[in-house]
Design a protein. Structure first.
Length: 91
């Protein structure tokens, strides 16, 4: 059996102000498809200003959404290839 090494690079970008952090995650798949997802975080007035924490929360939410989109994409490809409706892929 031949093995092939495949790698994906996920890009993350953040836009922040004093109370909000928005994240965008993007992965380009070997077939040329780009999948993008967004996440956000809001700092409560009583919380100290810790931009890194906002990035971690917004980034995690964007990556979670990216994962769900990839699962949906894979599920659709399984159905298209098999010609039947398959069971959903669970996380």
């Amino acid at each position: 059996m031949m093995q092939t090494a495949v790698g994906w690079h996920v890009e993350m970008e953040f836009l922040e102000d004093d109370t909000h952090t928005r994240a965008v995650a993007m992965v380009r798949l070997p077939d040329g498809t780009e999948v993008r997802a967004h996440g956000h975080a809001s700092r409560h007035d009583s919380d100290s200003n810790q931009p890194r924490v906002g990035e971690e929360i917004a980034g995690a939410r964007a990556l979670n959404e990216l994962a769900m989109q990839l699962l949906s994409k894979a599920h659709g490809e399984i159905d298209a290839d098999s010609g039947r409706h398959s069971h959903p892929i669970n996380v």
